[in-house]
Write a new protein. Structure first.
Length: 128
């Protein structure tokens, strides 16, 4: 079995192509995907979209961005939901669904394999 780092050159955090933002920091992205903030640094409300739990790009994204594996992430979300602080992002199956959803909704943010770029979305963070 190949490790995710052998499959991907990295992960891109993406928004709608017309979004009024060009970059975010890894800490800002982590806060959005961990439900700690609901806004981009510009103030725009944003809805994070996760990939499927078994997705290799998701595993790599959370490992590189927040240094958590799936079990640690599940425990984090269980605490967040139990205390009423936040809910985990909705999930989609793959990069194609990320591109479709974000390309049609300027309020969404997601991530995808960096080799799978598309003009429908804008890369605002590359995680090597």
């Amino acid at each position: 079995m190949l490790l995710s780092s052998q499959l991907f050159a990295g992960v891109n955090v993406v928004v709608h192509r017309d979004a009024n933002i060009d970059a975010i920091t890894p800490a800002q992205a982590a806060n959005i995907f961990l439900g700690k903030t609901k806004n981009l640094p510009t103030g725009q409300l944003v809805i994070p979209i996760d990939q499927a739990r078994t997705s290799t790009v998701r595993i790599e994204f959370y490992d590189k961005l927040i240094n958590k594996n799936q079990n640690q992430l599940n425990a984090y979300w269980a605490r967040q939901v139990f205390t009423g602080k936040s809910q985990p992002p909705n999930q989609v199956n793959d990069d194609d669904e990320i591109k479709l959803l974000i390309g049609n909704n300027p309020s969404m943010i997601g991530y995808m394999d960096s080799s799978n770029e598309d003009p429908m979305v804008k890369v605002i963070l590359h995680i090597p």
